[in-house]
Structures are given as C-alpha cells and as structure tokens.
Design a protein around this ligand. Sequence first.
Ligand code: ASP
Length: 586
Amino acid sequence: MYRTHNCGELKMENVGERVILSGWVQKSRDLGGMTFVDLRDRYGITQLVFNMESDTGLCGEARKLGREFVVKAEGMVAERSNKNLQIPTGHIEIRVEKLEVLNSSNTPPFTIEENTDGGDDLRMKYRYLDLRRVVVRENLQLRHRMAIEIRKYLSEEGFMEVETPVLIKSTPEGARDFVVPSRMNPGEFYALPQSPQTFKQLLMVAGFDKYFQIVKCFRDEDLRADRQPEFTQIDCEMSFVERDDILTAFEGLAKHLFESIKGVEIEGSFPKMLYVDAMSRYGNDKPDIRFEMELSEMSDLVKGKGFQVFDSVEYVGGICATRCAGYSRKQLDALTDWVKRPQIGMKGLVYVKYNEDGTLKSSVDKFYDETALKQWVELFEAKPGDLILVLAGDRELTLKALSELRLEMGNRLELRDPEVFKPLWVVDFPLLEWDEESKRFHAMHHPFTSPYEEDLELFRTDPGKVRARAYDLVINGVEIGGGSIRIHDEGLQKQMFDNLGFTEEEARKQFGFLMSAFRYGAPPHGGIAFGFDRWVALFAGIESIRDVIAFPKNNAGRDMMIDTPSTISNEQLDELSLKVSKQPPK
Ligand code: ASP
C-alpha cells in the first residue's frame, strides 16, 4: 500500500492516527536533532518530521533525501508546535517511523516552488517539472473545472457535443493552414481545421439544431503571448435563430461561468455596442469598458489655426486623463517617448494641463490661446487637475495609438481592476476588410457570414460599408469569442464568393460541398466560437495563454520538451512522395 491519505488532507482531527503518505520531497531542513521534510503531491504539502532521539537511524536517511525524491513515509499524525496557518495541513505533522525511497531524482534545473528561477524555455523543456508547481497546476485545474461547467451548462440547454474531423480541407478563417501529406493519395494534402466552421454548418443542415464542441483548432500564424499554433475553442452553432437568440443563449453560458467559477454575479444583459462606435469611442473593436476615458475627435476644432502638424493630418483626437495635470516635464517626456515607440508609431504627443488653480498650460500655447484651449476642455468635459493628451496622424493608426494610450493611462491610474468584469457585445462588424497587399477585399470574419440585407446594394457602390450580422464577446478588453448569423442560401453564398474574388471554379473546388448542402433545405442558422484558452487565462488573471495549456509551444512554434518540429527520415519522405528543398539550420 502506497498511501492511506494524500498530502493535502490531514487535519487536527487525524491526530493520533497511523498513516502512510507518498509524494515528492519539496524540501528538507536539518535543525540539529530534527529533520523536517515537506512532502508534496497534487493535493498539498504535509510536513514529515524525523527525530534524532526517538528514531532508529531514520534521521540520517532523511538527511540524504534530495529535492524531488519520491518517498513513502509511515508514521503518526501529531499536532505541530510551530503551526503554519498558510496551508490546510499546517496544524499537523507526521512523526515518521518508516521511510522508503521509491525513486531518486536528479537535481531539478530550476526550483519547483511558487516563484521559480527558471526561464521560459527551460521551464518548457522540463514542462513535467514546471507542472509540479502549484500555480501552474492550479491553472490547469481551473481549466478543467471550466470545461466541466461548459459541458454541463450547454448539455442542459439542449446542445449536443459532436466531434468533427481533424484531417480536412482548408477552412477560411484568415490564417495559413497546417497541412498533412496523404500517403495513400500521393501529391495530395489534408489541412488541419482552423475551426470546424463548415462542419458545424453542415450539422445544422443535418438538423442537429444545437451543437457545441470543445475542440482543437490550428492556425499557422506568427505567435504572440495570446496565440498558439494549436488552441482550443468552445465552438457552437444553432438553427432557427436570430442574432439576439444567440447572444441571449451565450450570455447565459458566460453568466454561468462567472457564477460557478468566479462567484461573480453579472446583473442584467450585457451591453451591446456597434463596431463603428467602439472604433470611434475607444479606437478599438475590443474596448475595455471597466473605465471611461473615451476618445474624442478634435479635427474640426483644431484645424485651420496655423498649427501645421494638425492641419496636415487626417485625424486629430485625444483622451482626458483624470488627476494627471501634476505630471512633471520628465513624466510627459517619457509619455512622449512611449507614443513614439515603433509599436505605437506616433510622431509626438500634445498635452494640455488643466491645473488645479484653473489655469491652462499646453505644449501648443503658440497656436492655441486660452479661449481655444477652453474649447478643448469643454469637449472632454475636463475638470481641474486633468490632463488632455492629443495625438494626430492617419485616422486608423492614430485611433489605434489612442486606444493603446488609453489602456496605458488606465493601467497607470489603476482603473483596470482585475477583480471587476465588464462583458460587452460588439456588433455589426464590417463584412469585408480591404487588404492593401493583395489589393482586394477579404471577409473580416469568414465568407459564410451573412450581410445585412439592406446593405446588399452597397456591394456595388461601397463594399467596405457593408455590415455583417457578426458579433464578438469582449470581456475587459479581451476578445473572448466571435460569431455570426450565416448565409444559408446558395445564391447569396455564390455572390459572396464572387465579391471576395473567388472564381466560380475556385469556390466550387474549395466549398462545393457546402453549397451543395445548401440545396437540400439548409435552415437559417448562426453561431459563435469562444477562445477557451483566453477565457481560462482571463479567469486566472494572467496574460499569456501558455500558462493555461499543459504542453504549450514557444514563440517560434517549437515544443521545447519533445523538440519538434523535427526532420523525418528519407523513408518517410519517400512514402509520402515528398522532397524537401530546404534543410533546417544545424
Ligand atoms: N469559426 C469562427 C472562428 O473560429 C467562429 C464562428 O463564426 O462561429 O472565428
């Protein structure tokens, strides 16, 4: 028998019991006549004590235990004289009478404790050791609990989980596909799904009515902290629904997760914001609405006053940072450098201090007198003590920069409270997005998204203005999910492919199966997919989705532990009818 209890459950009421525990040596301390060992397993840590006076040579053995040795200890539960109130087992200890080393361990390459000294790549190389750390394990436990609650809630609401294939054909979610060569069909390839989009639509044609799946998706994109080449979606689809039916259904899911996992009750229905408003008020299609500090366009107000910088640009706008008028010259210079960083890309920063005494001081006093600056103050409804920050340039770039500046000031002013959750639906995205590189329109979401009927005319005159029946769920500035009402009519779907520049032949080759399904009674349908990793990270209060994935890849898309991607043998290449034209660097 390896254990009667785990390392996280013994309490005062067990004092006097004989127990057996097995686990890993977290650390040991030698205090003259006594040796203390912290024994760890998934459930917690229990202190083992070896006493020089009472034992039979065990103390010597205990001293030889290294970090991460696997041991089995038998002994009596006793009350501790020096209690540790930080941990549930901190009232007791085990007076060990028998000790067995089940396995030894090399010295781990980093400390397996709350704050580790291991760098990212090292921790990923030895991920199985990193996963022994409580913080990392807790993230995965949270993930597990969320998956259970999602399955429970959606099943109760009548959704059915259906698995869809992984070896498929390109799906158009806007990223590059990962491809898999087919041995049995030389020269042909499968693609890994960027999402199960077409399959869930086919399930609606099949009459499944309400579908969901917690599913792996694959996108070959450049990686960032919140991106992984393989990630998990909560993928959903419903039939005979309009937009608000879907929003209501998934608001239900979101509320259930908030309540069951975070103990947070969100009252009322989530606010909805038009995409165009999100862009003009926050410069961002995923606004963090935990705080205000909205953007205001100032172009009309400031142009034509002889200030060349403002006169020559497409857009001038700003934000008003409360209680920041006291910023020193040095702080303002630093902020100016901040907006000039390549990631933000601005040429400079204009400010107006609305001092506590009511006076105004700006960096453009030469061009704007007090009367003019008072208009700025009015526009922003600024109060004494506030600081107005203004950026100018190309519209799109400046809105983006203002959005970043707003978030930065939000951080500095501690307005982004991690304990507060403010969900919001952003709706009516543009259907199409202009791509400068290929000089044509692309689907902003994917080509199956339904346009508003009343906008169809615009296809001919101003395609960029056509609105999609698409929506995103945004929580605290993080895009948690997105979806749309779909096209379910073959004619409209053909027109859509045509607008996106597909020839009829291309459309048929790639999506013929879907169009033919639309000929057999496709119901009106729509759906949504949530980024499960991001949602878990949001609830865990961390930025990187890597920390909520058991075996993640690094920024170069490598799995450091199993060391992949890797080359394959010539036999395998031959079998797959492949020739490699570029060898990896040695
Ligand atoms: N398939 C879409 C995506 O992965 C979501 C959806 O439209 O349901 O982004």
